[in-house]
Structure formats: C-alpha cells, structure tokens
Design a protein around this ligand. Structure first.
Ligand SMILES: Cc1ncc(COP(=O)(O)O)c(C=O)c1O
Length: 434
C-alpha cells in the first residue's frame, strides 16, 4: 500500500460497504433520537491527520513531543464548549458518554457507595446504575422513576428516596424522558443530603446549548454529555462543571481511565461547537422540538398513546398498545417502511424489556435534513398506516416507497454516493429489502 492510494483503490470491499451505509442513511427516515447527521466540516476534521497523533496529558503538559498543534486544537474545543454551555471548566477528552460518566464515578465515589439515578425502564441510562453496567455492579444503586399518572419525575419521590438512602451522588438525566427535567429540584435534593449532583444531558445537549431546554450548568457539580445526538457533532463525550472539580475530573479521565486522547475527534467536536454557537443552530433546535410536538400530536390524533401525552424535547415514546402490537413488532414493522427507530419500554411496561410496549422516535436527524411540520404529518401517516398494515407486505412496500420519496426531497450525503450506486439505489433500494 502507498499512502496516496484512495480507499476505493486500496480496499474496494470496504469502500462499497461505506457506499451502502451512505445510501442507507440517504434513503431511510432516521428517527433514532440519539442519532444525527454531521456536516461535511465535522466529517473532514474526523478524517484528518490528527488521528495519527499521540497527545497523552493535558494541553501544554503532554507526555509526547510534537503536540503544539494538538494543544491548540484541544484548547479551541474547550474554549468553545465553555462559551456554548457557560461552564467553568471543560474536559474534551472523554471518548464517549459512558466513559464521561465513568470518570465522574471515579472522581467522587468509592466502590460500594450509594448512587441515585433514574430507572432504565422509566427512561434512564445504563450508566446511571443498571445492574449489568459498571455503575450498578460496583455501587449501591437507589433508583427513582416517574409517576404512574402523568409519567413525570416526582419531586416527592426524589426527595424521600434521597433522605432515606443518603446517596453520595445523585444523577439527573435520561435517554427516554421527553419532558423538561427540573435540574434545580435535583440540586435541592442533592444539597439536602450533601450529595454531588451529576447532570447527564447526553440527549438534550444541543437543545440546552441553543437555550431551548433548561441548562443544568448553573446547578450541577458536574455535567456530562455525548456530542453526537442533538448537539450534532462526532461520536464522543464531554465533561464540564464547577472549577473546583476540574483537577479531579482531568485525572480520572487520564491517566485514570483513558490513554491518548482522540485528537481527530476533539477537532471535530471543536467544529461542532462552532456550528452550535452560530444563530442558525438556535433555529435548528427550535425546529427539532416543534417537529417532535407536531409528530406527537398527529400520532395521538390518530389513536396512538404518547408517554406523558406529549414532549418538550426532541424525542417521544409511543405506547403502541392501542394498535394491539408490542414494541418489538412495531419497531420491526417501521423498519420495513424505512423508518428507523427503536423499541423501548414504557413506564410500568407490562411486557419484558425485549418485547416491551413502546417505540422511541426522535426528530434531530430529520430536522437536520430540513424537514418541517408538513413532513412530520406525512411521517405520522406512514407510521400509523404501517402499524395498521403490519401483516400486509404489499401495503408496507408502498409505504416504504413513500418514505424513500420523502428522503429524496431532502438530500443529505447524495454527493458522496457514486453515480452508479445512486442509480442503483433509486431504482433498486426501494424494493431490495422487502
Ligand atoms: C443519557 C445518556 N448517557 C450516556 C450515554 C452513553 O453515551 P455513549 O453511547 O457515547 O457511550 C447515552 C447514550 O445513549 C445516554 O443516552
């Protein structure tokens, strides 16, 4: 191999796989709320020569030579993130949301300590104390949920569990909770028992950055996030918080958990932060939420239930029981019509997690493509029709074509597709997977 060989020339097999994935993204309605489509600028930074560089340590205090440009890159990323969220310190090295959370556990807790987080089956995340995850294996977990009546987090429950169990750390944040989280209330609970408050805004970060969702930064000791969901950056993590905790967090990330930072990803995060600082990003975030609300309303008008009867964010969880389906069957059915979402438990789900009664959908990716209220109405129609006709392959095939037509009106990475595969996809993709 020579350094100048293109991927296509050197490894046509892998090149073809990436073409196929590009085509899939181009032709499917991407509605997984934790996914988004990054800009060409973010992709370029991700694919840059920064991937070659080891830069263990903090900027200006590295263990390797040749880090002068990496120092600048990382400082730029930190400066932009601080401006975006108003944080006192930032660590941009966390490889992912899970690693960011692990670093916080390492900083403040010892194995066996008590932690309070949201139940996974009510909308929480694995790293907030689930038994199969490090957080549930090594720590004593007390979990809060939502009310049965309105599916909202209850201050009474959070307060009384905190007083009873005296956790060392309380986690606010979720993966499938569509309503506003009252971070101030969580701060009151943490102060009541002298606990550290960790707010994980992995899902809401882009909305928070745009001022469209409450910011936990003024209240929390530490805020963690992913950078690839509503924030629309590369797949990665970020930690920020009060200055007094900076040293401990930096040490937990390196050398505590990670080795060399992924400088190409940190560069791509810097690009995404610049994009999020621009005024257009505020419009984007507003549209994400407006689209989710239209979608929720349309689905409810058509007879489906939505957990908590609506949404304040980018996501919604559909209770598919009115359609006499399980979450598993419903999400498989939506996949057949090129709508990519995921099955999800609903609060107090009567079904086991691998069957469940819900489907989680989100609007960040479709909004990035430029879709608005009208398109959400079309998507709602396709969803309801697909669920009604889940056993009718001909009907599903027609609905799949409708999804593809909608995608074609909002091109995404079309310029990245080879002419031959564009032709093949537009003719063949619509039916090939049926
Ligand atoms: C609330 C929350 N925290 C953490 C994570 C983990 O992020 P990652 O997949 O980058 O490790 C997720 C991912 O979905 C999440 O929703």
């Amino acid at each position: 191999m020579v350094a100048t060989d293109s991927l296509k020339d050197f490894d046509p097999d892998l090149y073809a796989l990436i073409q196929s994935e590009t085509s899939r993204q181009e032709h499917e309605l991407e509605m997984i709320p934790s996914e988004n489509f990054v800009s060409e600028a973010v992709l370029e930074a991700c694919g840059s020569v920064l991937t070659n560089k080891y830069a263990e340590g903090r900027p200006r205090k590295r263990y390797y030579g040749g880090c002068e440009f990496c120092d600048d890159v990382e400082e730029l990323a930190e400066k932009r993130a601080k401006e975006l969220f108003g944080a006192e310190f930032v660590n941009a090295q966390a490889h992912s949301g899970a690693t960011a959370n692990q670093a916080v556990f390492e900083t403040f807790l010892s194995p066996g300590d008590t932690v309070m987080g949201m139940k996974l089956d009510h909308g929480g995340h694995l790293t907030h104390g689930h038994k199969v995850n490090f957080s549930g294996k090594h720590y004593n977990v007390v979990a809060y949920g939502v009310n049965d009546s309105d599916h909202l987090i209850s201050e009474d429950e959070v307060m009384s569990l905190a007083k009873e169990h005296q956790p060392r750390m309380i986690i606010a944040g979720a993966s499938a909770y569509s309503r506003r989280i009252d971070f101030e209330m969580f701060k009151r609970a943490a102060d009541e028992v002298g606990a550290v408050l960790l707010c994980d805004i992995a899902h809401y970060a882009g909305l928070v950055a745009a001022g469209e969702y409450p910011s936990p930064v003024p209240h929390a000791d530490i805020v963690t996030t992913t950078t690839h969901k509503t924030l629309r950056g590369p797949r990665s993590g970020l930690i920020m918080g009060k200055a007094e905790h900076a040293k401990g967090i930096h040490k937990s990330v390196f050398p505590g958990l990670q080795g060399g930072p992924h400088m190409h990803t940190i560069a791509a995060k810097a690009v995404a932060f610049k994009e999020a600082l621009a005024p257009e990003f505020k419009t984007y975030a507003k549209n994400v939420i407006a689209n989710a609300r239209v979608l929720a309303k349309e689905l409810m008008d058509k007879g489906l239930n939505i957990v908590s009867n609506g949404t304040d964010s980018h996501l919604l969880v559909i209770d598919v029981r009115p359609a006499k389906l399980t979450g598993k069957v419903a999400s498989a059915c939506l996949e057949k019509v090129n709508i990519t979402g995921n099955m999800n438990t609903i609060p107090f789900d009567p079904e086991p997690p691998m069957v469940c009664s819900g489907v989680r959908l989100g609007t960040p990716a479709l909004t990035t493509r430029g879709m608005g209220a009208e398109e959400m109405k079309t998507v709602a129609k396709i969803i309801v029709s697909a669920l009604e006709n889940h056993n009718d392959d001909d009907a599903l095939k027609k609905l799949k074509e409708e999804s593809i037509e909608l995608c074609k009106s909002f091109p995404l990475y079309r310029h990245r597709l080879e002419k031959s595969s564009v032709d093949k996809e537009s003719n063949g993709y619509a039916v090939s997977a049926m």
